[in-house]
Design a protein around this ligand. Structure first.
Ligand SMILES: *Cc1c(COP(=O)(O)O)cnc(C)c1O
Length: 385
């Protein structure tokens, strides 16, 4: 059975062009980027080239890009690094209750270390009220951490506006940009953001590599102790092949971003219109404008989300009920919960994320399968009612 993959926000397959760029760095060009001989220098050159490719797409200086083991590590570094190294300036963190667990659970850890965290609520459509943010920042606040695009409902938060607020208040601003990097434009030369977390496997690159953008002058301290890799901030022999893949993936995104987002936007609108027409009481979670082009998160009233998801899987369709790390458990998504919807909708949310290789015929198949599944799940629930 040819599976239909509609979970591109969980991860993506590696683009063939990316894989081809990486291949030489496993065998012929396997050097340690810290070695002084030619084998090492070749690896170093490839590593620095990848750093430049990544810096270019967000208009950062290459020296502000630090490779990490992925988005989770970048979030951990940004928050713990900044807080633990700037204790004398305050003990408060402001974040939002719809953040990824890489941010939320790092905040939980910091609470155990004596920091106080304000978790801002979101509006019913998933947006942030900037007045509430403004009020939440006190003289004790060290850092604000707000994601650029929400991974579950695709809401794009206005990081320019948030950055302006943090600058007025004189606090540092970190943003988890894992879902936006390579998909919508980011320009750190014009946006007052101090740190950005990014990851390769969400943009058709390999898993296990990401980066933290750290604006020059931001003291996040050393994250990994050892040799002097990554400007002495994050030690460990660099994963050159993965970095090369990350750079290549970023480069492709930069070139194809406009065309790709137009394609995804059209496909998503088509998908949503068709769903609304064929399945009564379908509701879009989150906003329709200012949304990640490939993200569709919908609720089918009174149709238990977990049952719909499992049936889709049996029909060869991969979707998600929230963040990937939560699937496999019946636990309700904390993001959907934060939207405060009536239970007949909040228990039935499904996330479809489309990507580079999604086709219209896959969408057609998915809709027709969904029509049957939702009807069956709804009638089962009526029997139990
Ligand atoms: C996937 C994701 C992460 C985690 O990144 P990894 O590279 O898988 O560690 C963090 N934040 C968001 C918003 C994500 O979507």
């Amino acid at each position: 059975m040819q599976r239909i993959y509609l979970d591109y926000s969980a991860t993506t397959p590696v683009d063939k062009r990316v894989l081809n760029a990486m291949m030489p760095y496993f065998r012929e060009k396997f050097g340690n980027a810290s070695s002084i001989h030619e084998t090492g220098r070749d690896a170093k050159e490839a590593l620095e080239n990848a750093r430049e490719q990544i810096a270019r797409i967000i208009r950062a200086a290459p020296s502000e890009i630090f490779f990490t083991g992925g988005g989770t590590e970048s979030d951990n570094w940004a928050l713990t690094g900044y807080c633990l190294n700037n204790k004398s300036k305050g003990n408060r963190i402001v974040t939002v209750n719809t953040e990824h667990h890489a941010v939320l659970n790092t905040c939980k850890f910091l609470e155990s270390q004596g920091f106080e965290v304000t978790y801002l609520p979101v509006e019913p459509d998933g947006t942030i009220d900037c007045n509430k943010l403004n009020e939440a920042i006190t003289s004790e606040t060290l850092i604000v951490s707000i994601m650029h695009i929400n991974n579950e409902i695709g809401t794009i938060h206005d990081i320019s506006r948030i950055g302006e607020i943090t600058k007025e208040k004189g606090v540092v601003f970190h943003s988890d940009a894992v879902q936006s990097f390579g998909k919508i434009p980011i320009d750190v030369s014009a946006t007052p953001v101090d740190m950005l977390s990014i990851s390769a496997h969400k943009i058709y690159g390999p898993k296990g590599i990401g980066a933290l953008y750290i604006r020059k002058g931001t003291n996040t301290g050393k994250f990994m102790h050892g040799g002097s890799h990554e400007r002495n901030q994050r030690s460990g022999t660099e994963n050159v092949a993965a970095a090369v893949g990350f750079g290549a993936a970023a480069e492709i995104c930069k070139t194809e971003m406009e065309q790709e987002s137009k394609f995804l936007l059209e496909l998503r609108s088509y998908f949503l219109e068709k769903l609304k027409k064929k399945i009564p009481e379908t509701r879009l979670n989150g906003v329709e404008e200012s949304r990640l082009p490939g993200n569709l998160n919908v609720s089918f009233k009174d149709a238990d989300g977990e049952s719909v998801l499992l049936s889709l899987d049996l029909h060869g369709i991969s979707a998600s009920s929230g963040a990937a790390c939560e699937s496999g458990s019946i636990e309700q998504s904390h993001v959907i919960e934060a939207l405060n919807q009536p239970p007949e909708y909040s228990q039935s949310s499904i996330r479809f994320t489309l990507g580079r290789w999604t086709t219209r015929s896959e969408i057609d198949t998915t809709v027709s399968v969904l029509v049957d599944i939702v009807e069956r799940v709804r009638s089962l629930e009526e029997d139990f009612a």
